[in-house]
Structures are given as C-alpha cells and as structure tokens.
Design a protein around this ligand. Structure first.
Ligand code: UDH
Ligand code: MN
Length: 393
C-alpha cells in the first residue's frame, strides 16, 4: 500500500471517528442540556409548590387567627367575670341633702353614662338585671331627688338596672298597686328582668349596703325611715320599697288591682307572699334606712274605706285578681335619658260608667244592662265590699 492510500484509508477511518465523536457530542449536549434544564426547572417547580404551600398555609393561618380572634371576642364576652357579691364601690351610711333648686338637666349632666333610664357595669357582668318600678302622679320634685340619688347608688352596687316610672293619668283615685302591676308587665316586654324593686317615689335609701337585688325570699327594704324614728312602722309592714324576683311576683299573681286610694295594698301583697309559704326578709336596721321626703296626703289618694274588707278576702280572690286580670289603657312609653316613663289610664270604661253615672246626663246607650240590672249589680258589688276589675271591665 502506498502512503497516499494509507492516508486516504486513515482519513476515512478518521472521518468516521470524527463523525462518531461529533454524534456523541451532539447526544451529550442534548442530554446535558435536558438534564441542566430539568435540574434548573426543579427548583422553579419546587419554589412554585413551596409558594403555593406557603400561600395556603398563610391562608390557613389567617383563618385560624380569625377564628381565634372571634373565639377571643366570644370568650371576652362570655368570660367577663361576674361582679363580686360585695361591690368595692359601696360607701355605707350617708346624710342625704336635697337642693331646692335642683333641675332635671343637672341630674342628667351628673349621669351622662345613663341612657334611656338604664345602666350596667362595664368592668364585670352584673349579678342581676333589676327593674326599679316607681308608681307616680304629681310628685315631680320627689322623683327628681330620687333619681339624683338612686342612679349613683345603683351604679355603686354594680347592677344592670332600668328605672321605670309608671304614671297614672287623669284624676281618678290613685291605685299604687295596679300601677306596679302595669310596671311589671310593661317592663318585661323590653327585658327579661330577674328582679323587681317596687319603690315609693318619696323614699330615698341612705345606705348603699342595702342591696337592690332579689333573694330566695321576698325582701322588704324599708326597715326604718327618718319620720318614724327609723323604726319599723308595724310588725308585718311590707310597704315603701320591696324586692321580689320575677317568679316570686308571678307566683302570687302580683298585687291586687282593687285598692283605690291609700292603704293596705302592701298588706295584701304580704298575705299573698305568706300564702305561698314564702317568708319576708329584711336587712339589718342600720342598713335598711330611708329618708322620706316630707309630704301631706295627696288629693285623689284619700284613705280607702274598703281596705279592711278587701284584706279579708285575699285568700278567696288572689288567683283571679292580680297580674292575670290587670287591664289598662296604655297611653305612652317614653324612653327619657334618666327613666322610662309609662303613662296609663285607669279611668272607667263605658260599662262601669253606666253604673256610676246613674245620676249624670251621659246617655246609657253603651250599656248592655238595663238601668234596673245596673242598680242591682252595683248593690251586689257594694255587698261584697269590693270593686273587682272583672266587674269593672
Ligand atoms: N303616689 C304618687 N302620687 C299620689 C299618691 C301616691 O305618686 O298622688 C305614689 C308615690 O310613689 C308615693 C306612693 O304612691 O310614694 C305611696 O303614697 P304615699 O306616699 O301617699 O303613702 P304614705 O304611706 O303616706 O307615705 C300616707 C299619707 C301621708 C299623710 C301624712 C299625715 N300625717
Ligand atoms: Mn310617702
């Protein structure tokens, strides 16, 4: 073989080798670039997945946080601790002063935290929701003094309370007991009060240890007042200011509606309480002290001549004379800044007017009874010594 043929032969082999190397390089490049791509792509995918995971975790965390914050709100609400049995704000006995020039605006200014006659502590949840019911007619000055002292007094006791003034419209005989029944029924329409304080407008408590809360037994809070030498008026006295739970008052069917004028409606309530085997409790004499704002007898509230007769029939009539037979005409319910004013009309509707107006010029056309039967009904009522609401309405 000559040199040229050797070179040719070599070059042919060399060319083959070259082609092979080239192919290998292409394959190597292709594979390597693919591998590099995948190696580079993986972190991208990884970070994507990571980001997604992070996002979902964040979302989950946010949801968790939200849930926790709502739980917190709920627990803050529901676990706001109960107020202590003995409020730390109580001051004990005080000498009350009544400024002659006091105005309602001044009392309102002194009590900016009271709205629509209501207030409750912000620092703790009150032990009881208490409705104060005040029967009222033509005693504006007394009401002013009572509001002035009662609002801070009840706040020092850390109560969730509302003050209701039940105002009797017109000039018909005053009926304290029936007004208090109305107060109970109307107050329960806006709040499920636990406890009711039946409160004369002219009695101002002197000692804030006299708790305006209800207990297992009905409470009589006026042990003594300045005008009786701070002594109980008589054994069994249950007037002035009393505290009964919603259930205790409902159990006795409330007050009788039939005591028109002054006297004995409070004794009637005590009899009802005792008939239900409940016992009247009182605070100690140094705590149950009141100042009574001086007054004379009101016109329209003269002593009720029938009161002794009425007292004798309590056991017979209590089931049908009380909350379940208390009919009245509701004239208005106003939510004033310092109290809720309920105005009612107890004036006689046409049927009884017929009986009472036998001598008047009012025509009797609205009557279902004849003049003769009206007279007989009136006689019967007088014989039984009571004007039952069932007969009136
Ligand atoms: N009341 C009124 N307006 C009236 C009558 C009574 O708001 O016209 C209310 C008021 O809440 C009062 C309560 O009913 O506190 C009881 O009536 P009262 O204060 O007349 O009864 P009290 O037993 O007085 O205190 C009886 C008459 C006092 C005569 C004094 C003579 N010595
Ligand atoms: Mn009085």
């Amino acid at each position: 073989m000559g040199l040229s043929s050797v070179i040719l032969h070599l070059s042919y082999k060399f060319r083959l080798l070259l082609i092979f190397i080239l192919c290998m390089m292409v394959v190597a490049w292709a594979t390597s670039s693919y591998l590099v791509d995948t190696v580079q792509e993986t972190p991208k995918a990884k970070s994507l997945v990571e980001n997604f995971r992070k996002a979902t975790m964040l979302e989950k965390e946010n949801q968790k946080k939200k849930a926790m914050s709502t739980v917190e709100v709920h627990t803050v609400k529901s676990t706001m601790s109960h107020c202590p049995a003995l409020s730390p704000y109580l001051q004990g006995p005080s000498q009350l002063k009544f400024k002659a020039s006091l105005t309602l605006e001044e009392v309102q200014k002194e009590n900016p935290q009271v709205a629509k006659g209501r207030h409750r502590p912000v620092e703790c949840s009150a032990l009881q929701r208490v409705a104060i019911l005040i029967p009222h007619r033509n005693r504006e000055t007394h009401l002013l003094y009572l509001l002035e002292h009662l609002h801070p007094f009840l706040q020092r006791q850390q109560l969730d309370y509302g003050i209701y003034v039940i105002h009797q419209a017109g000039n018909t005989k005053f009926n304290r007991a029936k007004l208090l029944n109305v107060g109970y029924l109307e107050a329960l329409k806006e709040e499920n009060w636990d406890c009711f304080i039946f409160h004369d407008v002219d009695l101002v408590p002197e000692n804030d240890f006299n708790m305006y809360t209800c207990d297992k037994q009905p409470k009589h809070l006026v042990v003594g007042r300045n005008n009786t030498g701070y002594r109980l008026r008589y054994q069994g006295y249950f007037g002035g200011v009393t505290a009964l739970t919603r259930d205790q008052f409902s159990k006795v069917n409330g007050f009788s509606n039939n005591y028109w004028g002054w006297g004995a409606e409070d004794d009637d309530l005590r009899i009802r309480v005792e008939m239900q085997k409940m016992r009247v409790m009182r605070p100690s004499p140094d705590v149950g002290k009141y100042t009574m704002i001086f007054h004379t007898r009101d016109r329209g509230n003269e002593a009720n001549g029938e009161r002794m007769k009425l007292l004798r029939q309590v056991s017979r009539v209590w089931k049908t004379d009380g909350l379940n037979s208390c009919s009245y005409k509701l004239l208005s319910v106003e939510h004033n800044p310092l109290y809720i004013n309920i105005t009612v009309d107890f004036s006689m509707p046409p049927k009884i007017s017929c009986i009472n107006l036998e001598t008047s010029a009012v025509p009797l056309i609205a009557c279902s009874e004849t003049a003769k039967t009206q007279k007989e009904t009136a006689k019967k009522q007088r014989r039984h010594g009571a004007r039952s609401d069932a007969a009136i309405y």
